[in-house]
Design a binder for this molecule. Structure first.
Ligand code: BJW
Ligand code: ZN
Length: 246
């Protein structure tokens, strides 16, 4: 992979770096992405599974879907892309990682202070009293877990039409506005408001680099696109950083 002179310069001098990740970074760990030929939305309909209406209409079905994915995610490990980002945080005085993923793999790879925009599949909360539950049990007789207050418990993830966690969203915009170098990694950049972050970074003067196996809707607006798997491209960037920054 060829790293441009402009990116080399940024890798050498940048003090503030921000990263946005999407499902693509976990693809090499075996987590299916949402869109594209083999994406989850080819087999499942988002409006039947990832909205509050869907949950109120058919909580059993939505729980079945999340139990299936939780089970899948419990068996996977971070990949070289996650580990490369964890290493990258050591090289810059300010490093922020914003993720749309709910799988917790960045934390498991060692990245600190991950900004989770769409929640985490390991957490659950009551829709009535908002009490948090780390573990919930789904059984043949209780297919929808219920809170002590009697309300339904739901996964603590962000569905379509829902607000993102306000503090996480504010931090994400703040670091995107103030960074000098921004990476948009493994995201199709179609789901708002996350998809605006690379553009906010660009408008605020950052050098914006995309890492993806294909071009996306925002590629042409950004400064540079590194085409390839994040598990291969990111370790190469980390090697370059080590050479450049010593
Ligand atoms: C690789 C790779 C490898 C593969 N290496 N790369 C019209 C205009 C603007 C906005 C809207 C609109 N209509 C509706 C909206 C709002 C809506 C939205 O954006 N919809 C669009 C689809 C149009 N957004 C919302 O509703 C959000 N809330 C909101 O806006 O609140 C304000 C509001 C509230 C009420 C009323 C009005 C306004 C909430 C969005 C929540 C998204 N939730 C999900 C599910 C999370 C839980 C779960 O997982 O079950 O989040 S949807 C899904 O998409 C998930 C992801 O985080 C998100 C983004 O997907 P991502 O990560 O980009 O994955 P993919 O699959 O799309 O892309 C993978 C990429 O990786 C591809 O590019 C591959 O090429 C690449 N790749 N392998 C590198 N090895
Ligand atoms: Zn409750």
């Amino acid at each position: 992979m060829r790293i441009s002179e402009a990116l080399r310069e940024k890798l050498t001098t940048a003090k503030r770096v921000a990263v946005l990740t999407g499902a693509g970074i976990s693809a090499e760990s075996g987590v299916p992405t949402f869109r594209g030929e083999h994406g989850l939305w080819k087999k499942f309909r988002p409006e039947e599974l990832a909205t509050v209406d869907a949950f109120m209409r058919n909580p059993e079905l939505v729980w079945e879907w999340y139990s299936y994915r939780r089970e899948l995610m419990s068996k996977i490990e971070p990949n070289p892309g996650h580990y490369a980002l964890a290493e990258m945080q050591e090289s810059f005085p300010e490093f922020s990682l914003i993720t749309q993923n709910i799988d917790g793999l960045h934390q498991r790879a060692g990245t600190q202070n991950v900004i989770e925009l769409h929640g985490n599949i390991q957490r659950n909360r009551c829709i009535e009293c908002n009490r948090y539950y780390q573990e919930v049990e789904i059984t043949e007789t209780e297919k929808v877990p219920t809170c002590e207050c009697g309300g339904y418990i739901r996964p603590d993830v962000v569905w379509f039409g829902e607000m993102l966690p306000p503090k996480a969203l504010e931090s994400a915009f703040q670091v995107s506005r103030s960074c000098e170098l921004f990476f948009s990694i493994g995201t199709s950049a179609v789901v708002q408001p996350a998809a605006s972050l690379p553009l906010v970074a660009k408008e605020s003067g950052a050098y914006v680099v995309e890492v993806n196996i294909e071009r996306t809707e925002i590629t042409s607006i950004l400064d540079e696109a590194l085409l390839g798997k994040s598990g291969e491209v990111l370790p190469e960037i980390v090697t370059a950083i080590k050479t450049l920054r010593g």
